[in-house]
Design a binder for this molecule. Structure first.
Ligand code: UDP
Ligand code: MG
Length: 324
């Protein structure tokens, strides 16, 4: 592994004019100290990704990249949301870098964790996940909803790193593989564990936003969580089939109950037939929808065309035969 790798720090920015100056100052200090310690190459840069901001963010980024040699930027044609902006940044940065770290513009994630991330990279890790050790500084609501979400994802069988957002280090080869995940509904933190390779975790404390407001209002957060669940799990579809079976079981109980009522002469005409029919047909319909859902789930997975395997090492040094 080459020491002094070229590091790119990718930072998506949406209406972040209030934080950019301070962020640039802090990241510049960090980069310089890492260059001085010979942990990264002098060619390392911070790459801001303007996600169709409506304020002066892009002008600021242009100013900064003119004045500071270790800063650069790209701009998306319109606002596409955090995940798409991040992907755009990662795919651009990998053309110039050996290793890329992604983080938010508000520096809520402790930038001092970068040193440890790089150490792990030089020890042979391809992905290093930044994980929040505590969420003391988040509001109770944010903490509760976020933690419940991670637990729900786990229950749905999605491989997700607990309390890890999008603060992570990835090597170039991981990003080359990420390019092969063609899905449009992006939930990046679910894709990286699928890519595999050696990975590790670095813990840090999450701070408060030092300026500006959260660009993730509740509506966007719920949308994002729903994307995460529906892009990685077809268990909700299975739930329909299970419910169908449960209703069918109930219909058997109803059948017995209705027949007893009928035999003891405690009913009006037609009631037995109706009550049995409603429950039985209901259960049957749900099971049928579940079965259709099962196929839709399969079609869904096929359309994503995710890679079926990724080879991390090949010991065979012979030349490949070109079959024509
Ligand atoms: N962001 C973005 N596009 C959007 C919304 C947010 O690029 O449509 C960026 C934002 O500028 C920030 C990061 O995503 O760098 C995380 O947003 P924020 O800090 O507001 O989220 P929170 O920390 O409150 O979850
Ligand atoms: Mg934030």
């Amino acid at each position: 592994m080459n020491k002094e790798a070229i590091l790119y720090i990718v930072v998506p920015c949406y209406n972040e004019e209030e934080v950019l100056k301070e962020t640039t100052k802090r990241l510049s200090e960090k980069l310089n100290s890492l260059i001085k310690k010979k942990m990264i190459s002098k060619k390392s840069k911070v790459m801001y990704v303007n996600d169709g901001s409506k304020d002066k963010t892009w002008n600021l980024i242009k100013d900064i990249s003119e004045k500071e040699k270790n800063f650069t930027g790209i701009s998306l044609s319109r606002n596409r949301g955090h995940q798409n902006a991040l992907l755009g940044g990662l795919m651009t940065a990998k053309k110039y870098a050996d290793v890329v770290i992604s983080m938010d513009a508000d520096l809520q994630d402790d930038i001092d964790a970068i040193d440890e991330m790089l150490d792990k990279y030089y020890d042979g890790c391809d992905i290093v996940y930044g994980v929040r050790s505590t969420r003391k500084k988040d509001t109770f609501f944010k903490r509760f909803t976020a933690e419940s979400f991670y637990k729900l994802m786990k229950a749905l069988g999605v491989d997700c790193v607990y309390n890890h957002a999008d603060y992570r280090l990835t090597s170039k080869r991981v990003l080359d593989n990420l390019e092969n995940f063609k899905e449009v509904n992006l939930f990046l933190r679910g894709i990286f564990p699928l890519i595999g390779y050696k990975s590790d975790i670095v813990y840090y404390e999450r701070n408060e936003r030092f300026a500006g407001e959260s660009k993730y209002p509740l509506k966007k957060m719920l949308h994002f969580a729903w994307d995460g669940i529906t892009s990685f799990s077809i268990k909700p579809l299975r739930l329909v089939t299970t419910t169908g079976f449960i209703i069918l079981m109930i219909s058997i109980c109803i059948m017995v109950y209705s027949l007893i009522r009928k035999l003891t002469g405690n009913t009006v005409d037609g009631w037995t037939f109706l009550s049995i029919s409603i429950w039985f047909i209901g259960g049957l319909q749900m099971i049928s929808i579940g079965i259709i859902g099962e196929y839709i789930g399969k079609i869904y997975n096929e359309t994503k065309e995710r890679p079926r395997f990724i080879i991390s090492e090949n010991l065979n040094k012979d030349n490949e035969k070109n079959i024509s």
